[in-house]
Write a protein that binds this ligand. Structure first.
Ligand SMILES: Nc1ncnc2c1ncn2[C@@H]1O[C@H](COP(=O)(O)OP(=O)(O)O)[C@@H](O)[C@H]1O
Ligand SMILES: [Mg+2]
Length: 234
C-alpha cells in the first residue's frame, strides 16, 4: 500500500477538537474515494491536514510511504498529492493560462504536454485562455481550479466540494469531469451532494461530528440506513 494513510488523527483549533481518531486510506488503485458528511463536520480540516497545511495534535498522515511530518506542503504536492481547496484560490486578475501555469511549478519540463491534456479535458479553458480568471462564471472558475490541480500531475487529487455554489446543471458537469479524470488519477471527493458522490465512489467514508461514522464501498453507503435516513432525499 503506497497511497495515503491517515492513522488515528486528532485535530484541534485552539481548544476546540474538530477531528477525533480519524483513520482512512487512499489506495493508488482507488478511482474515487468519497468523504461525505454534513457541513461543519471537519471534511475540509481533514483535507488540509492531509496536505500538510494543519498539524494534527495526534495521529499520523503517511504520503506515499513518507510521514507527512517530514514533508512541507509543497513537498507533498511534489510527491503527488494535490488538494484543490473549497475556496478555489484563483488569481482573479491573472489569465486562465497564468493560473494554470502556476499549478505546474513542480513540473516545468512537461508543462506544454500537460497543458494540452488539461485543454483536452476542459476545452472552455483553451477558449478563455487569455481571459482574467476573476471574470469567469463560477463553473468555469471551478474548471480552472481543477485544471490547475492537474497541472501538477498528481497521483491523488483531492477536490473539496467541487460542486459548491454551482447550479444543478453545472454540478452534473463537474461530476462528469470528476468521473473522466478518475480514469487516470485517484480522486478524493469531498461533497455535500452525497448521492452523486457515493454513486461515483468505489469507496467512501461518512464523517459525522469529526469521526468516521461509516465506511464501505460507495454502493454500501448508498444503501446504508444511516446514509438513507440523513443524507438522501426522497
Ligand atoms: N480556522 C479555523 N479556526 C477555528 N475553527 C475552525 C476553523 N476552520 C474550521 N473550524 C471549525 O471546525 C469545524 C469543522 O470545519 P470544516 O473542517 O470546515 O468542516 P466541513 O468542511 O465539513 O464543513 C467547524 O466547527 C468549523 O467552525
Ligand atoms: Mg468544508
Amino acid at each position: 500500500m503506497t497511497g495515503i494513510t491517515v492513522d488515528e488523527l486528532d485535530v484541534h483549533y485552539g481548544d476546540l477538537q474538530v477531528l477525533w481518531d480519524v483513520s482512512l486510506e487512499i489506495r493508488e488503485d482507488d478511482s474515487v474515494v468519497a468523504i461525505v458528511g454534513p457541513n461543519g463536520t471537519g471534511k475540509s480540516t481533514l483535507l488540509k491536514t492531509m496536505s500538510g497545511l494543519i498539524t494534527p495534535t495526534d495521529g499520523t498522515v503517511e504520503i506515499f510511504g513518507t510521514d507527512s511530518r517530514n514533508l512541507s506542503p509543497s513537498e507533498i504536492v511534489e510527491r503527488g498529492f494535490v488538494h484543490v481547496s473549497e475556496e478555489r484560490n484563483l488569481f482573479g486578475d491573472l489569465s486562465v493560462y497564468e493560473n494554470l501555469k502556476m499549478g505546474a511549478y513542480t513540473e516545468r519540463e512537461t508543462f506544454e504536454e500537460t497543458l494540452e491534456e488539461v485543454y483536452d479535458m476542459f476545452p472552455i479553458l483553451e477558449e478563455r485562455n487569455d481571459q482574467k480568471a476573476g471574470t469567469l462564471s463560477g463553473g468555469q472558475q471551478q474548471m480552472v481550479a481543477i485544471g490547475r490541480g492537474l497541472m501538477a500531475k498528481p497521483k491523488v487529487l483531492a477536490l473539496d466540494e467541487p460542486s459548491g455554489g454551482l447550479a444543478p446543471q453545472l454540478t452534473n458537469r463537474v461530476f462528469e469531469k470528476v468521473d473522466e479524470i478518475s480514469d487516470d488519477v485517484t480522486i478524493v471527493l469531498v461533497e455535500q451532494h452525497v448521492d452523486q458522490a457515493l454513486d461515483l465512489a468505489n469507496r467512501a467514508y461518512l464523517l459525522e461530528n469529526g469521526r468516521i461514522a461509516t465506511e464501505g464501498t460507495g454502493q454500501e453507503l448508498l444503501e446504508s440506513d444511516r446514509v438513507k435516513e440523513s443524507y438522501l432525499s426522497g
